[in-house]
Design a protein around this ligand. Structure first.
Ligand code: G
Ligand code: G
Ligand code: G
Ligand code: MN
Ligand code: NA
Length: 253
C-alpha cells in the first residue's frame, strides 16, 4: 500500500526515467528504432522491476498517470535528439487501459505538434491479451492511431491465445516474437520451427517481424537467414539511459 503511494509521488519526485533499447534492421545492419522502457528508482528500495510496478499501477488505477508522464517525456526526448541532429524513431509500450482510452490519439496528436515530431518517430507496442480484453474499443483507438500514421506492433507475440486471423483484423503492422522463443533459438529445434513458421505466416499477411531476446550471434544469424526484419536483444545492446544513446550510436557504426 505504501508502495502505491510512493508510485503516485514518483513522477513529481523525479524517480522515474526511461531506458532505450535499439532494434536493428537485418537487411541494412542499421539501427531502425529504439524501444522506451520505464524505470523506477525507489528512494529506499532501489530499483523496482518494471513488471512489478507496471502491474501494481495497472491494478491500483495509476497506470494512466504513468502513461501520461511517459508519453510527454518520450516525445520531449525525441525532440531533444532532433535538435542534436538525430531523427530517431521510438516504440512505446501501452497498457490495456491505454489501448481503450479514446483520448489517446488526440493527446498524441497534440504532443506531435508541440514537439514538431513526424508520425514515423513514434510507434506503439501492445500485447495481444491487452487488446483482446476489449477488442472493439481497442480496435477503434488503434484505427485512430494508425490513421495518425503510427505503426503498431503486437508485443510478446506467441504467448497469448489469439490466432493470427484475429490479429489480422486489427490495424497492426508488426509482430514482435516473444523472447521465450528466441533466447535459445540457436540450440532448441522446436523454437526454431516456431520462429520460422511465425516469420513465414507473418510475412504472408504483410506484417513486419521483430525478434526480441537476441543474445548471441548464432541466433542473430539464424534470424537473418529466416528473413526476420528486425532484431532486438542484449547481443546488440541492453536498454540504456537517454544520454548514452547518441554516443552508443556513434560507436555502433
Ligand atoms: O526491461 P523490461 O524489464 O523493461 O520491461 C518489463 C515489462 O514492462 C515489459 O514487458 C514492458 O512491456 C513493460 N513496460 C516497460 N516500460 C513500460 C511502459 O512505459 N509502459 C507500459 N505499459 N509497460 C512498460
Ligand atoms: O515490452 P517487452 O515485454 O517486450 O519488454 C522486453 C523485456 O525484455 C524488457 O524487460 C527488456 O529489458 C528485456 N530484454 C530485452 N532484450 C533482452 C535479451 O536479449 N535478453 C533478455 N533476457 N531480456 C531482454
Ligand atoms: O562481443 P562481440 O564483439 O562479438 O559482440 C558483437 C557486438 O557487435 C555486439 O555487442 C553488438 O553490439 C555489435 N553488433 C551487432 N550487430 C552489429 C552490426 O551489424 N554491425 C556492427 N558494427 N556491430 C554490430
Ligand atoms: Mn515491448
Ligand atoms: Na515482450
Amino acid at each position: 500500500l505504501t508502495l502505491i503511494r510512493d508510485l503516485q509521488e514518483a513522477v513529481n519526485k523525479n524517480e522515474l526515467w526511461m531506458a532505450y533499447q535499439p532494434k536493428v534492421d537485418t537487411r541494412t545492419g542499421r539501427v531502425c528504432q529504439f524501444e522506451a522502457l520505464m524505470r523506477w528508482r525507489h528512494p529506499t528500495l532501489g530499483f523496482v522491476p518494471p513488471d512489478e510496478f507496471i502491474g501494481l499501477a495497472e491494478r491500483s488505477g495509476n497506470i494512466a498517470m504513468l502513461s501520461h508522464w511517459m508519453l510527454g517525456h518520450v516525445c520531449q526526448q525525441i525532440h531533444l535528439w532532433k535538435t542534436q541532429g538525430h531523427h530517431l524513431s521510438v516504440a512505446i509500450n501501452l497498457s490495456a487501459s491505454d489501448v481503450t482510452d479514446p483520448t489517446l490519439p488526440q493527446r498524441l496528436n497534440k504532443l506531435f505538434s508541440h514537439y514538431n515530431l513526424t508520425p514515423d518517430q513514434l510507434a506503439l507496442e501492445v500485447t495481444e491479451s491487452d487488446v483482446m480484453q476489449d477488442a472493439d474499443a481497442a480496435t477503434e483507438t488503434l484505427l485512430d492511431l494508425s490513421w495518425l500514421g503510427l505503426k503498431i506492433s503486437v508485443d510478446d507475440y506467441g504467448t497469448g491465445y489469439s490466432s493470427l486471423a484475429q490479429i489480422k483484423r486489427l490495424p497492426v503492422d508488426e509482430l514482435k516474437i516473444d523472447k521465450s522463443f528466441v533466447l535459445k533459438l540457436d540450440t532448441q529445434e522446436e523454437d526454431l520451427t516456431i520462429v520460422r513458421s511465425t516469420i513465414e505466416m507473418g510475412h504472408n499477411l504483410d506484417l513486419k517481424i521483430v525478434a526480441e531476446g537476441v543474445e548471441n550471434s548464432a541466433s542473430a544469424e539464424l534470424l537473418s537467414r529466416l528473413h526476420c526484419d528486425y532484431l532486438q536483444g542484449y547481443w546488440i545492446a541492453k536498454p540504456m539511459p537517454a544520454d548514452a544513446v547518441t554516443s552508443w550510436l556513434a560507436d555502433f557504426k
